[in-house]
Design a protein around this ligand. Structure first.
Ligand SMILES: NC(=O)c1ccc[n+]([C@@H]2O[C@H](COP(=O)([O-])OP(=O)(O)OC[C@H]3O[C@@H](n4cnc5c(N)ncnc54)[C@H](OP(=O)(O)O)[C@@H]3O)[C@@H](O)[C@H]2O)c1
Length: 332
Protein backbone atom coordinates (compact mmCIF):
# COMPACT_ATOMS: atom_id res chain seq x y z
CA UNK A 1 0.00 0.00 0.00
CA UNK A 2 1.24 3.51 -0.70
CA UNK A 3 -0.10 6.99 -0.09
CA UNK A 4 -2.70 8.52 -2.41
CA UNK A 5 -2.37 12.10 -1.23
CA UNK A 6 0.72 13.76 0.16
CA UNK A 7 1.48 17.22 1.46
CA UNK A 8 5.11 18.33 1.31
CA UNK A 9 5.86 21.19 3.69
CA UNK A 10 8.56 22.86 1.61
CA UNK A 11 8.27 21.05 -1.72
CA UNK A 12 10.54 23.25 -3.86
CA UNK A 13 13.75 22.86 -1.82
CA UNK A 14 16.96 21.02 -2.60
CA UNK A 15 15.66 17.68 -1.40
CA UNK A 16 11.91 18.18 -1.44
CA UNK A 17 11.76 19.30 -5.11
CA UNK A 18 12.84 15.83 -6.26
CA UNK A 19 10.36 14.23 -3.83
CA UNK A 20 7.54 16.36 -5.25
CA UNK A 21 8.44 15.25 -8.77
CA UNK A 22 8.79 11.59 -7.83
CA UNK A 23 5.44 11.56 -5.99
CA UNK A 24 3.79 13.05 -9.11
CA UNK A 25 5.56 10.49 -11.32
CA UNK A 26 4.18 7.58 -9.28
CA UNK A 27 0.67 9.03 -9.48
CA UNK A 28 0.06 10.55 -6.06
CA UNK A 29 -2.09 13.65 -5.47
CA UNK A 30 0.63 16.10 -4.48
CA UNK A 31 0.21 19.27 -2.45
CA UNK A 32 3.09 21.55 -1.55
CA UNK A 33 2.99 24.17 1.18
CA UNK A 34 5.48 27.04 1.11
CA UNK A 35 5.55 30.83 0.85
CA UNK A 36 5.65 30.67 -2.94
CA UNK A 37 8.71 32.92 -2.99
CA UNK A 38 11.54 30.57 -4.08
CA UNK A 39 12.21 30.74 -7.82
CA UNK A 40 15.26 28.45 -8.12
CA UNK A 41 13.13 25.32 -8.53
CA UNK A 42 9.66 26.18 -9.81
CA UNK A 43 6.86 23.91 -8.56
CA UNK A 44 6.33 21.17 -11.16
CA UNK A 45 3.16 21.06 -13.18
CA UNK A 46 0.51 18.88 -11.60
CA UNK A 47 1.07 19.70 -7.94
CA UNK A 48 -1.29 21.87 -5.95
CA UNK A 49 0.20 24.88 -4.23
CA UNK A 50 -0.88 25.88 -0.73
CA UNK A 51 0.63 29.17 0.34
CA UNK A 52 1.64 29.79 3.94
CA UNK A 53 4.59 30.72 6.13
CA UNK A 54 5.31 28.00 8.67
CA UNK A 55 6.47 30.61 11.17
CA UNK A 56 2.85 31.86 11.17
CA UNK A 57 0.74 28.92 12.42
CA UNK A 58 -2.54 30.65 11.59
CA UNK A 59 -1.52 30.92 7.93
CA UNK A 60 -0.78 27.16 7.83
CA UNK A 61 -4.13 26.41 9.47
CA UNK A 62 -5.90 28.52 6.89
CA UNK A 63 -4.00 26.97 3.96
CA UNK A 64 -4.86 23.37 4.93
CA UNK A 65 -8.48 24.06 5.89
CA UNK A 66 -10.79 21.55 4.19
CA UNK A 67 -7.93 19.21 3.20
CA UNK A 68 -6.97 15.75 4.45
CA UNK A 69 -3.73 13.99 3.51
CA UNK A 70 -2.62 10.38 3.69
CA UNK A 71 0.86 11.73 4.41
CA UNK A 72 2.39 15.01 5.52
CA UNK A 73 6.16 15.16 4.93
CA UNK A 74 7.69 18.05 6.83
CA UNK A 75 10.93 19.50 5.45
CA UNK A 76 10.68 22.73 7.48
CA UNK A 77 10.80 21.52 11.11
CA UNK A 78 14.03 22.21 12.99
CA UNK A 79 12.96 22.42 16.67
CA UNK A 80 10.36 20.64 18.85
CA UNK A 81 8.19 23.81 18.72
CA UNK A 82 8.00 23.48 14.95
CA UNK A 83 6.99 19.81 15.19
CA UNK A 84 4.42 20.57 17.88
CA UNK A 85 2.94 23.34 15.76
CA UNK A 86 2.55 20.93 12.82
CA UNK A 87 0.89 18.32 15.04
CA UNK A 88 -1.46 20.94 16.51
CA UNK A 89 -2.60 21.98 13.05
CA UNK A 90 -2.47 18.72 11.10
CA UNK A 91 -2.86 15.82 13.49
CA UNK A 92 -6.52 15.16 12.66
CA UNK A 93 -5.95 15.71 8.96
CA UNK A 94 -3.18 13.19 8.21
CA UNK A 95 -2.57 9.44 8.18
CA UNK A 96 1.24 9.65 8.60
CA UNK A 97 3.61 12.42 9.65
CA UNK A 98 7.08 12.11 8.11
CA UNK A 99 9.68 14.20 9.88
CA UNK A 100 12.83 15.13 7.98
CA UNK A 101 15.63 14.85 10.50
CA UNK A 102 19.35 14.74 9.72
CA UNK A 103 22.06 12.09 9.68
CA UNK A 104 24.22 14.63 11.53
CA UNK A 105 22.16 13.60 14.58
CA UNK A 106 24.04 10.29 14.70
CA UNK A 107 26.80 9.84 17.25
CA UNK A 108 29.63 12.18 16.28
CA UNK A 109 32.34 11.02 15.98
CA UNK A 110 30.90 7.60 15.15
CA UNK A 111 32.21 4.67 17.22
CA UNK A 112 31.45 2.09 14.55
CA UNK A 113 30.92 2.17 10.81
CA UNK A 114 28.85 1.84 8.76
CA UNK A 115 26.15 3.86 10.46
CA UNK A 116 22.89 1.96 10.95
CA UNK A 117 19.59 3.35 12.20
CA UNK A 118 20.27 1.99 15.71
CA UNK A 119 23.51 3.99 15.95
CA UNK A 120 23.03 6.26 18.98
CA UNK A 121 22.01 9.87 18.40
CA UNK A 122 24.48 12.30 19.96
CA UNK A 123 26.22 15.31 18.49
CA UNK A 124 27.83 17.56 21.11
CA UNK A 125 29.27 19.81 18.39
CA UNK A 126 26.24 21.10 16.52
CA UNK A 127 23.09 22.73 17.92
CA UNK A 128 21.20 22.05 14.66
CA UNK A 129 21.72 18.30 15.23
CA UNK A 130 20.74 18.46 18.90
CA UNK A 131 17.52 20.24 17.93
CA UNK A 132 16.74 17.53 15.36
CA UNK A 133 17.34 14.91 18.07
CA UNK A 134 14.91 16.76 20.38
CA UNK A 135 12.31 16.70 17.56
CA UNK A 136 12.81 12.96 17.15
CA UNK A 137 12.47 12.44 20.92
CA UNK A 138 9.12 14.26 20.90
CA UNK A 139 7.87 12.10 18.03
CA UNK A 140 9.08 8.81 19.51
CA UNK A 141 7.28 9.68 22.76
CA UNK A 142 4.08 10.55 20.88
CA UNK A 143 4.25 7.27 18.95
CA UNK A 144 4.91 5.25 22.10
CA UNK A 145 2.33 6.98 24.31
CA UNK A 146 -0.42 7.86 21.86
CA UNK A 147 0.29 5.83 18.71
CA UNK A 148 1.06 8.90 16.58
CA UNK A 149 1.63 7.48 13.08
CA UNK A 150 5.01 9.03 12.47
CA UNK A 151 8.12 8.15 10.49
CA UNK A 152 11.57 9.72 10.85
CA UNK A 153 13.82 10.10 7.80
CA UNK A 154 17.44 11.20 8.21
CA UNK A 155 19.01 12.52 5.02
CA UNK A 156 22.76 12.78 4.94
CA UNK A 157 24.51 15.26 2.62
CA UNK A 158 22.01 15.47 -0.24
CA UNK A 159 22.53 17.77 -3.19
CA UNK A 160 21.06 19.00 -6.41
CA UNK A 161 22.73 20.97 -9.20
CA UNK A 162 22.72 24.15 -7.09
CA UNK A 163 24.74 22.74 -4.19
CA UNK A 164 28.52 22.51 -4.27
CA UNK A 165 29.67 20.15 -1.51
CA UNK A 166 32.16 22.58 0.03
CA UNK A 167 32.04 25.27 2.68
CA UNK A 168 32.39 28.46 0.67
CA UNK A 169 30.57 26.95 -2.34
CA UNK A 170 31.60 28.68 -5.56
CA UNK A 171 34.52 30.37 -3.77
CA UNK A 172 36.33 27.01 -3.94
CA UNK A 173 35.73 26.57 -7.68
CA UNK A 174 36.81 30.16 -8.27
CA UNK A 175 40.08 29.40 -6.45
CA UNK A 176 40.52 26.21 -8.47
CA UNK A 177 40.13 28.16 -11.70
CA UNK A 178 42.37 31.03 -10.61
CA UNK A 179 45.11 28.51 -9.76
CA UNK A 180 45.44 29.60 -6.13
CA UNK A 181 45.66 27.03 -3.32
CA UNK A 182 42.49 25.11 -2.49
CA UNK A 183 42.01 24.24 1.19
CA UNK A 184 41.17 20.56 1.76
CA UNK A 185 40.28 19.89 5.41
CA UNK A 186 42.37 17.24 7.18
CA UNK A 187 44.43 15.01 4.95
CA UNK A 188 41.45 14.53 2.65
CA UNK A 189 41.22 10.78 3.28
CA UNK A 190 38.14 10.66 5.52
CA UNK A 191 35.14 9.17 3.74
CA UNK A 192 31.95 11.01 2.93
CA UNK A 193 28.63 10.14 1.34
CA UNK A 194 26.99 12.45 -1.19
CA UNK A 195 23.48 11.61 -2.33
CA UNK A 196 21.78 13.05 -5.42
CA UNK A 197 18.29 14.33 -4.60
CA UNK A 198 16.69 12.22 -7.34
CA UNK A 199 18.11 9.04 -5.79
CA UNK A 200 16.95 10.17 -2.33
CA UNK A 201 13.44 10.85 -3.62
CA UNK A 202 13.09 7.36 -5.05
CA UNK A 203 13.53 5.71 -1.64
CA UNK A 204 11.70 8.48 0.24
CA UNK A 205 8.50 8.27 -1.77
CA UNK A 206 8.53 4.50 -1.29
CA UNK A 207 8.18 5.08 2.46
CA UNK A 208 5.11 7.30 2.11
CA UNK A 209 2.03 5.41 3.23
CA UNK A 210 4.09 2.27 3.88
CA UNK A 211 2.58 0.62 6.98
CA UNK A 212 5.95 -0.86 8.03
CA UNK A 213 7.48 2.63 8.18
CA UNK A 214 5.20 3.75 11.03
CA UNK A 215 6.95 4.40 14.35
CA UNK A 216 10.35 3.85 12.78
CA UNK A 217 13.37 5.74 11.48
CA UNK A 218 15.39 5.43 8.28
CA UNK A 219 18.31 7.06 6.61
CA UNK A 220 18.53 7.25 2.83
CA UNK A 221 21.89 7.69 1.14
CA UNK A 222 23.93 6.66 -1.83
CA UNK A 223 26.13 3.57 -1.49
CA UNK A 224 29.04 5.43 -3.06
CA UNK A 225 31.69 6.35 -0.48
CA UNK A 226 34.27 8.93 -1.50
CA UNK A 227 37.25 10.47 0.23
CA UNK A 228 37.30 14.27 0.34
CA UNK A 229 40.31 14.16 -1.98
CA UNK A 230 38.11 12.30 -4.49
CA UNK A 231 35.26 14.77 -4.02
CA UNK A 232 37.54 17.77 -4.70
CA UNK A 233 39.00 15.93 -7.70
CA UNK A 234 35.54 15.19 -9.15
CA UNK A 235 34.58 18.87 -8.96
CA UNK A 236 37.94 19.96 -10.37
CA UNK A 237 37.55 17.56 -13.28
CA UNK A 238 34.05 18.87 -13.99
CA UNK A 239 35.46 22.42 -13.79
CA UNK A 240 38.20 21.46 -16.26
CA UNK A 241 41.16 22.29 -13.99
CA UNK A 242 43.96 20.64 -12.04
CA UNK A 243 44.13 22.66 -8.82
CA UNK A 244 46.87 22.81 -6.25
CA UNK A 245 45.58 21.49 -2.93
CA UNK A 246 46.67 22.55 0.55
CA UNK A 247 45.68 20.16 3.34
CA UNK A 248 44.82 21.96 6.57
CA UNK A 249 43.95 20.27 9.93
CA UNK A 250 40.27 20.80 10.79
CA UNK A 251 41.15 22.30 14.19
CA UNK A 252 43.34 24.91 12.46
CA UNK A 253 40.36 25.75 10.23
CA UNK A 254 38.16 25.96 13.36
CA UNK A 255 40.62 28.41 14.94
CA UNK A 256 40.50 30.62 11.83
CA UNK A 257 36.72 30.37 11.29
CA UNK A 258 34.62 28.88 14.12
CA UNK A 259 31.51 28.39 11.95
CA UNK A 260 33.40 26.52 9.25
CA UNK A 261 35.17 24.57 12.01
CA UNK A 262 31.88 23.57 13.71
CA UNK A 263 30.60 22.05 10.47
CA UNK A 264 33.85 20.08 10.16
CA UNK A 265 34.40 18.92 13.73
CA UNK A 266 30.67 18.28 14.23
CA UNK A 267 30.14 16.58 10.89
CA UNK A 268 32.34 16.48 7.81
CA UNK A 269 35.73 15.72 9.40
CA UNK A 270 34.49 12.28 10.46
CA UNK A 271 34.10 9.44 8.01
CA UNK A 272 30.41 8.85 7.48
CA UNK A 273 29.26 5.84 5.55
CA UNK A 274 25.85 4.27 5.83
CA UNK A 275 24.25 0.86 5.64
CA UNK A 276 21.02 1.37 3.66
CA UNK A 277 19.62 -2.15 4.11
CA UNK A 278 16.73 -0.99 6.28
CA UNK A 279 15.18 1.32 3.71
CA UNK A 280 15.87 -1.25 0.99
CA UNK A 281 13.79 -3.81 2.91
CA UNK A 282 10.76 -1.53 2.55
CA UNK A 283 11.62 -0.13 -0.88
CA UNK A 284 13.25 -3.13 -2.58
CA UNK A 285 13.79 -1.42 -5.92
CA UNK A 286 15.79 1.41 -4.33
CA UNK A 287 19.31 1.66 -5.62
CA UNK A 288 21.21 4.92 -5.89
CA UNK A 289 22.20 5.27 -9.52
CA UNK A 290 23.84 8.70 -9.76
CA UNK A 291 27.58 8.74 -8.97
CA UNK A 292 29.02 12.02 -7.76
CA UNK A 293 31.12 12.33 -10.93
CA UNK A 294 27.83 12.83 -12.80
CA UNK A 295 26.41 15.07 -10.07
CA UNK A 296 29.54 17.26 -10.23
CA UNK A 297 29.05 17.77 -13.98
CA UNK A 298 25.41 18.79 -13.40
CA UNK A 299 26.55 21.25 -10.74
CA UNK A 300 29.22 22.78 -12.95
CA UNK A 301 26.82 23.06 -15.93
CA UNK A 302 24.38 24.93 -13.69
CA UNK A 303 26.99 27.43 -12.47
CA UNK A 304 28.64 27.90 -15.84
CA UNK A 305 25.26 28.60 -17.49
CA UNK A 306 24.91 31.90 -15.61
CA UNK A 307 27.79 33.96 -14.20
CA UNK A 308 25.32 35.58 -11.76
CA UNK A 309 25.33 32.24 -9.89
CA UNK A 310 29.10 32.42 -9.38
CA UNK A 311 29.22 34.25 -6.07
CA UNK A 312 32.55 34.49 -4.27
CA UNK A 313 32.42 34.86 -0.49
CA UNK A 314 35.19 37.42 0.07
CA UNK A 315 35.47 36.76 3.80
CA UNK A 316 35.86 33.03 3.20
CA UNK A 317 38.31 33.74 0.39
CA UNK A 318 40.49 35.81 2.74
CA UNK A 319 40.40 33.02 5.38
CA UNK A 320 41.39 30.51 2.71
CA UNK A 321 44.30 32.75 1.59
CA UNK A 322 45.51 32.89 5.20
CA UNK A 323 45.23 29.12 5.70
CA UNK A 324 46.95 28.36 2.40
CA UNK A 325 49.78 30.68 3.31
CA UNK A 326 50.23 29.13 6.75
CA UNK A 327 49.92 25.47 5.71
CA UNK A 328 51.39 25.18 2.23
CA UNK A 329 54.20 22.66 2.26
CA UNK A 330 57.17 24.45 0.72
CA UNK A 331 60.03 22.65 -0.99
CA UNK A 332 63.15 23.18 1.15
N1 LIG B 1 20.44 18.93 2.07
C1 LIG B 1 21.00 18.20 3.00
O1 LIG B 1 22.15 17.77 2.84
C2 LIG B 1 20.27 17.86 4.28
C3 LIG B 1 20.88 16.96 5.16
C4 LIG B 1 20.20 16.61 6.31
C5 LIG B 1 18.96 17.13 6.57
N2 LIG B 1 18.38 18.01 5.72
C6 LIG B 1 17.03 18.53 6.06
O2 LIG B 1 16.25 18.66 4.88
C7 LIG B 1 15.33 19.73 5.05
C8 LIG B 1 15.53 20.72 3.93
O3 LIG B 1 14.92 20.20 2.79
P1 LIG B 1 15.08 20.88 1.36
O4 LIG B 1 16.50 20.79 0.97
O5 LIG B 1 14.10 20.28 0.46
O6 LIG B 1 14.64 22.38 1.64
P2 LIG B 1 15.42 23.73 1.56
O7 LIG B 1 16.02 23.85 0.20
O8 LIG B 1 16.23 23.92 2.77
O9 LIG B 1 14.12 24.67 1.80
C9 LIG B 1 13.42 25.36 0.91
C10 LIG B 1 11.90 24.98 0.87
O10 LIG B 1 11.18 25.39 2.03
C11 LIG B 1 10.25 26.44 1.70
N3 LIG B 1 10.26 27.40 2.82
C12 LIG B 1 11.35 28.08 3.31
N4 LIG B 1 10.98 28.85 4.36
C13 LIG B 1 9.63 28.65 4.53
C14 LIG B 1 8.66 29.18 5.44
N5 LIG B 1 9.00 30.05 6.41
N6 LIG B 1 7.38 28.76 5.33
C15 LIG B 1 7.00 27.89 4.35
N7 LIG B 1 7.87 27.36 3.48
C16 LIG B 1 9.17 27.73 3.55
C17 LIG B 1 10.80 27.00 0.39
O11 LIG B 1 9.82 27.65 -0.40
P3 LIG B 1 9.56 29.26 -0.25
O12 LIG B 1 10.90 29.92 -0.13
O13 LIG B 1 8.85 29.60 -1.52
O14 LIG B 1 8.73 29.42 0.97
C18 LIG B 1 11.24 25.69 -0.27
O15 LIG B 1 10.13 24.92 -0.72
C19 LIG B 1 15.63 20.36 6.40
O16 LIG B 1 14.73 19.84 7.36
C20 LIG B 1 17.05 19.92 6.68
O17 LIG B 1 17.34 19.88 8.05
C21 LIG B 1 19.01 18.39 4.59
Amino acid sequence: MSAQSVLFIGGTGIISSACTQRALDVGMDVFILNRGTSTTRPAPEGCQQLTADVSDEASVREAVAGHEFDVVADFRAFTPDHVQSRLDVLRDRMGQYVFISSASAYQTPPQRLPVVESTPLRNPFWQYSRDKIACEDLLVRAYRDEGLPMTIVRPSHTYDRTLLPFDGGWTVVDRMRRGVGVVVPGDGTSLWTLTHHVDFAHAFVGLLGHPAAIGDSFHITSDEWLSWNQIFAAVAEAAGVEPSYVHVPSDAIAAADPDWGAGLLGDKAHSMVFDNSKVKQLVPDYVATIPFARGASEIMDYYDADPARQEVDEKMNATMDQLVDAHRVRAS
